[in-house]
Design a protein around this ligand. Structure first.
Ligand SMILES: [Zn+2]
Ligand SMILES: [Zn+2]
Length: 257
């Protein structure tokens, strides 16, 4: 199966899994399956990786190898010699710390925010909204996470496992489901936690940056988790284009004030 056919098959599988779950347990019942932006997000899912995977690989490997030449190989050998499950646990912690700061940086540096604003431009959230990302925003966040992992010597299996876990967890975080899973609050990121990250309520803006572990937000003062209240305004104040190609060009356009 070639890469493009694989993408379509994965998309079909996700559609078949998430559509009934979101219908049965909808958080926002007025959200339709074929909502506004559906086609745009499908194009993100189908085409982004052809830019972000290739460019991301080149950037990450080039920088990581260059830095590795100047670092002591003892730590790398020590990490790579551990059992896979232990490496996996360590990699998740390292990835979350670097991921937290990468995410915080793209929210606070205005030029980088123009790329990340694409992800936040969805006015309705569901599993498919997780696909809406500017490819260069993806390259930046991945580089910030994977270069340290690479330099520290984690093996390819650990990279692969982390990628798969974070991908599926990320899709779930955006889904339109009403179960709040409050027993996991402060422990593991849930849809309720990440929906607040996407909300455009002033008190929730620039909160909940962690990918998996909200304890990082608690530590660094960016945690926002009203237990019982559900966000109902999503999106950004900027006028982000609705179409896929407009979104790809958006960060490079002169700023309209
Ligand atoms: Zn964000
Ligand atoms: Zn998101």
């Amino acid at each position: 199966m070639n890469a493009f056919a694989g993408q379509i098959f994965a998309l079909f599988l996700l559609f078949v899994i998430f559509t009934p779950i979101e219908r049965l347990f909808a958080l926002h019942k007025d959200k339709k399956v074929f909502r506004r932006g559906f086609t745009t997000d499908i194009l993100h899912i189908l085409f982004n990786r052809f830019i972000s995977d290739v460019l991301g690989f080149v950037v990450i490997v080039t920088i990581a190898i260059s830095i590795s030449l100047y670092t002591n190989p003892v730590l790398r050998e020590l990490i790579a010699s551990q059992p896979l499950w232990l490496q996996g646990l360590q990699a998740i912690v390292v990835a979350n710390v670097f991921g937290y700061f990468a995410h915080r940086i793209v929210h606070t540096v205005p030029f980088l925010w123009r790329f990340h604003a694409i992800h936040h431009s969805s006015e309705q959230l569901d599993w498919l909204a997780s696909a809406r990302n500017h490819p260069l925003d993806q390259v930046f966040s991945r580089a910030f996470v994977f270069i340290p992992l690479f330099i520290m010597g984690f093996t390819a299996e650990v990279f692969g496992a982390y990628l798969v876990i974070s991908l599926f967890h990320g899709i779930f975080l955006h889904s339109n489901v009403r179960f709040k899973l409050n027993f996991l609050r402060g422990i593991l990121a849930t849809p309720h936690y990440h929906h607040w990250h996407h909300s455009n309520h002033p008190e929730a803006v620039n909160k909940n940056y962690a990918g998996q572990f909200p304890v990082l937000d608690i530590l660094f003062g960016t945690y926002y988790f009203p237990k019982e209240i559900t966000p109902y305004i999503y999106g950004v104040n900027e006028k982000v284009p609705k179409g896929y190609f407009g979104q790809l060009k958006y960060p490079f356009r002169p700023e309209v004030r």
